[in-house]
Design a protein around this ligand. Structure first.
Ligand code: ADP
Ligand code: MG
Length: 369
């Protein structure tokens, strides 16, 4: 079921208390797609999700329209939108077993379209099987871990065979390992059952890993909507770039093709004036000597060799705040990295987002690569 949002704006309050939670938002979600809404706290994610659900109404005077497939649901009650919900705080019924929680939506359906009790039992068992909780069907929520409770929430949301599944920070309260597992669950169920999902998170990694497309929000606005790869590699603006990962800043003055910042120098093909260059940690190479193009002396202050790459924290007089470089384990060993070591940072590429230019600019190095 596709979802089309047209001019969804939202203000809360009135008079001097009136605040804008959403600028008019337009968004098309394709049938069967899993879209991640990613943004910092307060950027309007929950508000947008609640409006799609019908729990909240868009500003009435903005020509807001919500279409599910061809059906205009703008004024359709939440009960009739065929939506499944999962929230951060697993609002399971504490006095009901896992089985009864999942069956609940089915048992309260009007008699004329309610499945028989045999059908309900079969459907609930099938769902519990999918989230691998059949063994725990007779437990109560308090007897489950957080991750298990959230799987029950997922099964419960799917019991009514919704066309659309809306999830608001569903894994936010869980620890990292459990979150990983649940992401896989969600992706698997989504693909197997073929519904359309909209998934809110403030976690970049989660959004990039799970989504077919990511909508990056800030201040009630969608800054960019694109595939994870595209938002990461071709961020539309400074905000998106900063929000999607660790960033190193190099601010200085350009004169005759050289950017200078204290004792640091970097050759750049840019006009004279103030510049701010941005680099991801993996775009910083470490070397024992400077190059003719890059003279950026740094000192190693911390090393974390945990994971696929080694994270190295760097400081220098010319740096406002520490830099982070990620290097391969082989380079870590080759350079014999240790705390206090003096090295040179060599940018592999850099990015800049001058205010006046809407299009992102890449360093010449990157274009050549
Ligand atoms: P997010 O889910 O991205 O953290 P929200 O959609 O919850 O953001 O909030 C967006 C903005 O709208 C925030 O500034 C928030 O304070 C405001 N807001 C949300 N709900 C209400 C409400 N019921 N009344 C007043 N302001 C609200
Ligand atoms: Mg929220």
């Amino acid at each position: 079921m596709s979802i089309r949002l047209h001019n969804i704006g939202k203000h809360f309050g009135s008079g001097r208390q009136r605040t804008q939670a959403l600028e008019p938002v337009n968004l098309d979600i394709h049938d069967g797609e899993l879209v991640g809404l990613l943004g910092p706290s307060g950027s309007g994610k929950t508000t947008l999700l609640r409006i799609i659900a019908g729990l909240e109404h868009a500003d009435p005077d903005g020509g807001a329209r919500i279409l599910f497939g061809e059906r205009d649901v703008t004024n359709v009650h939440v009960r009739d939108r065929r939506i499944g919900f999962v929230f951060q705080h697993y609002a399971l019924f504490r006095h009901m077993t896992v089985f009864d929680n999942v069956a609940f939506g089915l048992t309260v359906m009007p008699r004329r379209n309610r499945p028989t009790s045999g059908e309900i039992r079969a459907r609930v068992h099938r769902l519990l099987e999918m989230v691998q909780l059949e063994q725990l069907a007779h437990r109560y929520p308090a007897q489950l871990s957080g991750g298990q409770q959230q799987r029950v929430s997922l099964a419960r949301a799917l019991a009514l065979r919704p066309d659309v599944l809306l999830l608001d920070e569903p894994f936010g309260a869980l620890d990292a390992k459990v979150r990983q597992d649940l992401r896989r669950w969600l992706r698997h169920l989504h693909d197997e059952l073929g519904f359309t999902s909209l998934f809110v998170t403030h976690d970049q990694e989660e959004a990039l890993e799970l989504s077919d497309r990511v909508a990056v929000m800030s201040n009630g606005r969608i800054e960019q909507i694109d595939t994870p790869d595209a938002v990461y590699r071709s961020p539309a603006n400074h905000f998106v770039f900063e929000f999607l990962g660790d960033v190193n800043h190099l601010e200085g003055e350009v004169r005759d093709g050289t950017l200078t910042c204290g004792e640091a120098r970097l050759s750049v093909e840019l006009p004279d004036g103030s510049e701010e260059l941005l680099l991801r940690p993996h775009e910083v190479r470490l070397a024992e000597a400077p190059t003719p193009e890059a003279h950026l002396p740094v000192t190693v202050t911390a090393i974390s060799p945990v994971g696929a790459e080694v994270r190295v924290e760097l400081t220098a007089d010319w740096l406002g705040e520490p830099w982070l470089a990620t290097v391969r384990h082989a380079d870590y060993e080759r350079l014999g990295l240790s705390r206090g070591q003096r090295l040179y940072a060599i940018p592999r590429r850099w990015h800049r987002f001058p205010d006046a230019s809407p299009a992102p600019a890449l360093s010449p190095l990157a274009r050549a690569a």
